[in-house]
Design a protein around this ligand. Structure first.
Ligand code: KE4
Length: 418
């Protein structure tokens, strides 16, 4: 029995599934998860001494590569001054100003500790600002695990949604309407039926939780226009795309300005930090100025904020990183296409799909053969390459994925026989 297997066996007795987040249990790829010892650059090491090339990058934060020296040094240093104060610090102001510099729509921001918290709070601010109760989200998009956002399609688009988790009162579902990603008609129908009671449309500008599914041309522009038409707010959930597709995220990449945005992952440099914010008139509804209550003991934590500041500063001073990771990801994409797999890619975010159906929506992704995916996952892991253990996740390329690492990955991909 490997050490990972031993640890996993013990962990399952004290943590649900032996993990602290479900996807880490490797259930959909039918393998025992490896337990991590450390990570450095593009590599992650398990407790049995195996080294893997890492394309999960902790689900997105690792754009610079693991344990980036300048970030780690800054974090180590700041710890000597105390780990948390629960009081304002200049660093929070510095990070807020860096975020606004990168993402001009973020006129006012609030720091929180997770993407879930950021999106939950942004939706509450939208409801508080508009005085409306209903929201629209898209099937297949994930916005964290707050009750109102863990919903799946009901029997019909206009019949609202149903909870996508037990433990959520059925009644909550009537406030969350579900549309189909990339399907303008499905949004129009809901807006015509409920428009004046819809507080916001919340969307991943590039869907990355059903595998990577980019927006059809004009889809985001359509959402921008139809929300304005009905007085609803547009929320871009940029927890994955933020600071990944460009310094200004998807809203820079596609040139569409939402009313509110959420960020996570990269903005915290790998520490527990996320952000929601946007128009000042909306964010002025948030306590203590306004009546939308939201709070957090570790919000703006000085250690996490330091990691975020250092990460954003490095990205701002080295914008060529974006061309580099885009180029490296394009080489992987070509390799997947050379073995007959369909791919979707935006910059350094990509997925290979195990279906022949043209991928435009969640329904298309559901036609994927997840057993084939599991077989491919094992092929990659057995060759010491770690990709996300689910067809419905994304692949992330970091600035630490050198030409040699990419070449080795291409070689392993091309050896895979479907
Ligand atoms: P967290 O609460 O996990 O920090 O963020 C939630 C979230 C919000 N919005 C988007 C677009 C997200 O992708 C996420 C979280 N992403 C998943 C990976 N697809 C995190 C990995 C996990 O759940 O373990």
């Amino acid at each position: 029995m490997t050490k990972s297997e031993e640890l996993f066996k013990q962990a399952q007795n004290i943590m649900p599934g032996g993990v602290n987040s479900p996807v880490r249990a490797f259930n959909s790829v039918k393998r025992t998860p490896f337990f991590v010892e450390k990570a450095k650059g593009a590599y992650i090491y398990d407790v049995d001494g195996n080294q893997y090339i890492d394309y999960v990058c902790s689900w997105g934060p690792g754009i610079l590569g693991h344990a980036y020296p300048k970030v780690v040094e800054a974090v180590k240093k700041v710890c000597d001054n105390g780990l948390t104060f629960g009081a304002p610090t200049e660093k929070e102001l510095t990070l807020a100003e860096l975020i606004k510099k990168c993402v001009p729509s973020m006129a006012m921001i609030r720091l929180v500790s997770s993407g879930t918290e950021a999106v939950m709070s942004a939706v509450r601010a939208a409801r508080g600002f508009t005085g409306r109760d209903k929201i629209i989200k898209f099937v297949g998009c994930y916005h964290g695990h707050s009750d109102g956002l863990l919903m799946k399609a009901g029997s019909g688009v206009l019949t609202g949604s149903i909870p996508d988790s037990s433990g959520i009162p059925k009644d909550y579902a009537k406030y969350t309407l579900l549309a189909e990603y990339n399907n303008e008609e499905s949004v129009k129908k809901l807006m015509e039926q409920y428009g004046n009671d819809i507080a916001c449309v919340v969307v991943e500008p590039v869907a990355a939780n059903m595998g990577v599914v980019p927006p059809k041309p004009e889809f985001l522009k359509f959402l921008r226009e139809i929300t304005q038409q009905y007085g609803s707010l547009l929320i871009f959930d940029e927890v994955i795309t933020g600071f990944r597709l460009a310094l200004g995220g998807a809203q820079e990449y596609y040139g569409i300005t939402p009313d509110l945005s959420t960020f996570g992952k990269i903005v915290g440099g790998g520490m527990p930090l996320a952000v929601y914010g946007g128009r000042k008139d909306i964010m002025s509804c948030v306590a203590p100025v306004g009546k939308v209550y939201q709070a957090g003991t570790l919000s703006g934590n000085p250690v996490a904020v330091t990691a975020g500041i250092e990460t954003l500063k490095i990205l701002m001073e080295n914008k060529e990183i974006y061309q580099q990771i885009d180029k490296q990801a394009s080489l992987l994409e070509k390799a997947y296409q050379s073995i007959g797999l369909q791919t979707k890619r935006v910059g350094s975010l990509l997925s290979a799909f195990f279906t022949d159906k043209q991928i435009m929506s969640y329904d298309d992704v559901l036609t994927c053969d997840t057993n084939k995916f599991a077989d491919y996952f094992s092929h990659m892991l057995n060759n010491k390459i770690y990709v996300a253990p689910s067809q419905f996740e994304a692949m992330f390329v970091s600035n630490a994925h050198s030409d040699e690492i990419i070449a080795r990955t291409v070689d392993v991909i091309c050896k895979y026989r479907r």
